[in-house]
Ligand binder design. Structure first.
Ligand code: TXA
Ligand code: MG
Length: 343
């Protein structure tokens, strides 16, 4: 299939390109587009066949449900059977933005979107290009991250091109994603609001609005054999470059010592800017040690660069887990398949 690249500098400068992308979506096609978190691979979320095509293009397991993206609150009642007051409070505070809410679904939501669950994940993105695309399409847009299943999520149009060229109808190039990690997913379908995936909105921010908020154990711990995942996405190894990744938890000197002792062909460090000077192996930096925003923004690109440089074994310096750091830690844990060395 031929993949169109549509450059959209802004919704004001390139309305025609945006309209082309929206028309493709409305006709049942697949379009990768920017959001403030990562690029999404969109399809008309109410068209079952279009949604199934997403799974094929990504090579995604069909039991891993998708997020429906909306561009105004009026789209919500046709998708969510119930909107509890907690959801309203979160929407007022954090929408549009990097927060996804899991709510009981209506019968209008195709099974292909919800992976057979009784709930649906909904997000109102902040990125203007994303919102205008949804508005012009006129339907909620189902969109997982626009990467091949298993590889790091895309934060630039080039990442989408690398993964999906020839597999989708169009890629909207709208620049680099701001946050760089996927949205926070919170379930409001159970007794206590529960974070299923940490992201751009921190647990602390959620607690300020809701009070009691749980964090699902699978955010920081591997799931036991046979355990049922609250969020099916959590059971898959994710975000991984081709290299084996080992997460190393320790201070700067210990990290450098540990890595330098293991210096060999194909061994790389994924580290903070402060680490570089002391390292004797090639290093890819993912931000400052005390700057989780920078780390979030840089992480997925850094993982892809390790592949470009043919890394075989990567020692990643473990981030602090406060605030946005929890999301960075969660993605690195998965990239490392929970292989952590504590110094
Ligand atoms: O920032 C984001 O959320 C990006 C952009 C494109 O919006 N999208 C994204 O989608 O990260 P995806 O498919 O890569 O991740 C969606 C996550 C998966 O872990 C999935 O299992 C979970 O949300 N999820 C979706 N529907 C769910 C549901 N009904 N219940 C529990 N988890 C659900
Ligand atoms: Mg994903």
């Amino acid at each position: 299939m031929e993949t169109k690249i549509l450059k959209v500098a802004s919704i004001f400068e390139n309305p025609d390109e945006l309209q082309q992308a929206a028309d493709i979506l409305a006709q049942g096609g697949l379009v990768a587009f920017p959001t403030e978190t990562v690029y999404g691979l969109g399809a008309n979320g109410l068209n079952e066949d279009a949604v199934r095509a997403i799974y094929r293009a990504k090579g995604r397991p069909s039991d891993n449900p998708l997020i429906l993206h909306i561009c105004d609150m009026e789209m919500l009642p046709q998708l969510a059977r119930e909107v509890p007051s907690a959801a309203v409070r979160l929407a007022l505070e954090f929408w549009p933005g990097p927060l996804t809410m899991v709510l009981p679904k209506t019968s209008q939501v195709p099974d292909a979107v919800s992976g057979g669950l009784d709930t649906v994940a909904i997000r109102f993105p902040g990125n203007l290009i994303a919102r205008e695309l949804i508005r012009r399409c006129g339907k909620p847009v189902a969109a997982p991250s626009a990467n091949l299943s298993g590889s790091p999520s895309p934060t630039t149009a080039q990442h989408c091109i690398d993964d999906l060229m020839g597999r989708v109808d169009a890629i909207v190039d709208g620049g680099i994603c701001g946050v760089g990690l996927e949205s926070t997913v919170i379930s409001l379908a159970g007794e206590v609001p529960t974070v299923l995936r940490p992201g751009g909105i921190t647990v602390e921010q959620l607690r300020k609005v809701l009070g009691d908020v749980q964090v699902d154990p699978a955010v920081t711990h591997p799931m036991a054999e046979g355990q049922k995942a609250a969020s099916p996405g959590m059971k898959y190894k994710h975000y991984a470059p081709k290299a084996r990744v080992i997460l190393v938890d320790g201070n700067q000197a210990d990290f450098a010592g540990y890595v330098n002792e293991r210096k060999a062909d194909g061994v790389f460090a994924l580290c903070f800017s402060e680490d570089i000077a002391a390292l004797e192996v090639p290093a890819v930096c993912y931000g400052g040690e005390k700057r989780p925003g920078e780390q979030a923004h840089a992480l997925f690109d850094a993982l892809r660069r390790l592949d470009d440089q043919n890394a075989q074994l990567v020692f990643a310096h473990c981030p602090n887990q406060d605030g946005l750091g929890l999301a960075v830690y969660n993605r690195l844990l998965r990239a490392a398949a929970f292989d952590v060395v504590r110094l």
